[in-house]
Design a protein around this ligand. Structure first.
Ligand code: ADP
Ligand code: MG
Length: 763
């Protein structure tokens, strides 16, 4: 796969704006103004055929008059003039054009044609194009704001690609609220030429970018997107917010950025397999980006939860479970240790509920023991950071305020109170000393006064961070107080959330990425076996369109997929001979290019077990098919071994217009047709992924021996899916669709057999 080097686009030494204007509010005014005021240090040229001075700069009437090399042309002229302008840019040797102009594919048929012509012209002119229909881009390291909105982003480490300019701006703004800055932003618009995949590739290599975020309405050339994203996300996380999944959304997206409508299931599959972190809201984009920028990546999805109170723990555990995280049991050795440490009413499980134990050193002892444990990949802790009742000097402030209020309201008690207080303080100091000596706490009542001095939010934050660094596992914290959050988070560079839901969701996204990074992946290319390909070519030569069962099975056999024994015959006598050769009982099936569903046409006879039945079956099939379709051309009748026992499943390859070949697996019949219980994957897949594909089916228990059913040979199914994966890529230019329905799975260790297969040739 080849990618253009987008360095000259993001860091051009000189830019020309074609369509620069003095009229305030026009794109030709705003864009160059933003470039000028943004601090761009390269050369900026302006083109306007009538005005001599634009924005205080000398304007040229024509590209020819501009001296020196130009790296980037920005077009803000009407759509009808874009083609000609691109041609001139090509002649001038400009490598990149940002086409801000709209009125292309997003407006319907005429615009679509205009866009196609434009792509053609750009190709001929040797220009790579961003847009059309875009608001522009930011490149923060070189302070380039080539945007149609007066907005100054904060510099940071998130690279953002958005098919919508204003959504991009919203994400940038939200990021600024949360302290997540931008490295580069590009509004990719209609993506007529350069697509998201090209930008992912660039951002993947860009040392200024640590995390990539995408807003997508439609994915063009999904296969290329998938392959690029999967490779890049091994190194750098990619977060995506994808719309256009509902019919209404798709319609809106189409008129907005000419987005193509993707199959939602296929897109979800591509994201999952590509390690792309899918989120559902704009807030979540920023939450996850921030977490990925500040936390170590967890090595798995096992979460340990520590809480200061029950409800918090329950909600967190529940959201974590719903988001697919694992909440393992607290290991025995930890339980015993915590027993020796904590008051008797602690939860004795995960979530570890300290039931209000306010001793900092105990809290941190628990946190440290948990994060050390190999059973946990990361922690969510609640009520420690900015739980803030017993933290630092804040305590005294609160204390004096309460004393003041008390005295004001109960003046008579004012005399008794101070001595009581002194007594109280003495008692707690004594208690603290004793606790320290025995390393044990018998009740949680009261606080350890000696801790107040040593533990404020800053210290707490430092301790949490130290532990993350030492054990390379993330700790996500939850605080009850919303107003303290942004300050705290930024000041101490911590990940703190205001609700358990938010924290758990982020935890789940980050963990699934961690799991992806640890998985072995096959390359996205496979080694092609040219002999096999040419064998298939010869086999399918005479079949345009539908490739018949017999030939489809020959192809499957070339890939090691077991099929039934069978023979094509043309008369009842031949059928009897074949049946004797194969062995009774047999199955007869019609072979006709017009009959796609053989049963429907009366073209299948099962379980024939003696000569006359075969003769009669042959004649019946011919009669039924002729009745079903008088024009059907009958090539003959297939005599086939009758397979007994086993469970019928279905395996196939369909073709997505954007993502190319898609593997599918499911239980046959109603499971596929009514319940839509189907697993999808983009090839190639490893055996591990093939297994996951099978076990993730809702109906999987029917294959694994549930309710007294026999266990089936799942491992054979894994092998067949892996072979089908190779086949789908090796033959991707020859075969468009494959349907093995049914594939019969026998008992454990007994194999499987394809009893029906259908392929559609690709033209
Ligand atoms: P179609 O799908 O075109 O109607 P099939 O070849 O799949 O035709 O046959 C219909 C059904 O007959 C299959 O779903 C399967 O249940 C059964 N069947 C077909 N061939 C065999 C065979 N060789 N052994 C056992 N059952 C078979
Ligand atoms: Mg069938």
């Amino acid at each position: 796969m080849t990618f253009p080097d987008l360095n000259k686009f993001f860091e051009p030494r000189s830019i020309v704006v074609i369509g620069a204007s003095n009229i305030i509010g026009k794109w030709g005014f705003t864009v160059p103004l933003n470039i000028l005021t943004g601090g761009y240090r390269g050369r900026l040229h302006l083109i306007n055929p009538r005005e001599r001075i634009v924005l205080g700069l000398r304007a040229f009437p024509h590209l020819q008059f501009i001296p020196g090399e130009i790296d980037l042309a920005i077009l803000t002229i009407p759509a009808e003039q874009v083609e000609e302008s691109i041609r001139l840019c090509g002649r001038r040797g400009i490598p990149f054009a940002l086409v801000i102009s709209s009125n292309f594919a997003e407006v319907g048929k005429e615009g679509e044609e205009r866009e196609q012509r434009l792509v053609q012209v750009a190709r001929e002119a040797g220009i790579r194009m961003v847009g059309p229909n875009t608001m522009g881009f930011f490149s923060c390291p070189n302070r380039l704001s080539a945007m149609g909105a007066p907005f100054r982003p904060q510099r940071g480490e998130m690279g953002l690609v958005s098919q919508s300019g204003n959504l991009g701006l919203q994400l940038i703004g939200r990021g600024m609220d949360e302290g997540v800055g931008i490295s580069r932003f590009v509004g990719s618009g209609n993506e007529a030429d350069l697509t998201t995949a090209d930008f992912i590739e660039f951002l993947g290599r860009d040392p200024q970018t640590k995390v990539i975020a995408l807003y997508l309405e439609g994915i063009k050339d999904g296969r290329r997107f998938f392959e690029t994203a999967r490779r890049v996300s091994r190194e750098k996380p990619i977060i995506v917010l994808k719309t256009g999944k509902t019919e209404v959304g798709a319609r809106a997206a189409r008129s907005h950025s000419a987005a193509i409508v993707n199959d939602a299931e296929v897109v979800a599959t591509a994201f999952r397999q590509g390690g792309v972190i899918e989120v559902n809201t704009t807030d979540e984009v920023i939450d996850v980006a921030r977490a990925l920028l500040h936390l170590p990546i967890p090595g798995g999805d096992q979460v340990g939860i520590m809480t200061m109170g029950g409800g918090w723990g329950v909600v967190t555990a529940e959201v974590c479970a719903r988001e697919g995280l694992n909440i393992p049991e607290l290991p025995e050795r930890l339980r015993n240790y915590f027993d020796s440490l904590l008051p008797p009413f602690w939860s004795r499980g995960n979530p570890v509920d300290l039931v209000g134990t306010a001793r900092r050193r105990l809290q941190f002892e628990v946190i440290e023991k948990m994060i050390q444990a190999p059973e946990f990949d990361f922690l969510i802790i609640m009520g420690v950071i900015a739980g803030a009742v017993y933290s630092g000097w804040d305590v005294f402030k609160r204390f004096f305020v309460s004393v003041y209020n008390f005295v004001r309201n109960h003046f008579s008690a004012a005399l008794v109170f101070p001595p009581t207080l002194i007594l109280g303080i003495r008692k707690s100091l004594k208690k603290s000393r004793k606790e320290r000596q025995t390393r044990q706490i018998k009740t949680t009542g009261g606080i350890d006064l000696s801790e107040i001095r040593d533990w404020n939010d800053k210290v707490l934050a430092r301790r949490v961070k130290e532990m993350m660094v030492r054990y390379r596992k993330p700790i996500i914290t939850i605080s009850g107080s919303r107003d303290q959050l942004p300050g705290l988070a930024r000041k101490y560079d911590l990940i703190v959330y205001d609700t358990p839901e938010r924290a758990s969701r982020v935890g789940a996204r980050v963990a699934s990425y961690g799991v992806f990074r640890k998985r072995d992946l096959p390359g996205t290319d496979i080694e092609i076996n040219p002999d096999r390909v040419s064998q298939v070519k010869t086999l399918i030569q005479e079949f345009p369109g539908l490739i018949p069962e017999r030939v489809a099975k020959e192809i499957l056999a070339l890939y090691g997929i077991p099929v039934t024994r069978e023979k094509l015959v043309r008369s009842p006598e031949e059928a009897v001979q074949a049946a004797r050769g194969i062995g009774y009982p047999v199955v007869l099936k019609v072979e006709s290019p017009q009959v796609v569903h053989k049963t429907e046409a009366g073209g299948v006879k099962l379980g024939l077990d003696f000569d006359p039945a075969v003769r009669e079956g042959f004649e019946n099939i011919i009669r039924s098919v002729e009745q079903y379709d008088p024009h059907a051309q009958i090539r003959g009748v297939l005599v086939q071994e009758m397979v007994r026992g086993g469970v019928e499943v279905f395996a196939g390859v369909s073709r997505d217009p954007s993502f190319g070949p898609v593997l599918a697996f499911g239980l046959g019949g109603i499971f596929v047709e009514v319940l839509k219980d189907i697993s999808l994957r983009l090839p190639p897949i490893t055996p591990e992924e093939a297994l996951a594909m099978i076990t993730s089916l809702r109906g999987f228990p029917l294959l694994s021996g549930a309710r007294g059913k026999a266990k089936t040979d799942v491992l054979k199914a894994v092998e067949i899916l892996t072979q089908l994966s190779t086949l789908s890529l090796e033959l991707k230019d020859l075969v468009a669709e494959i349907d093995i329905n049914p594939l019969i799975l026998f008992g454990e260790g007994e194999g499987a057999k394809a009893v029906d297969a259908r392929m559609i040739r690709k033209d």
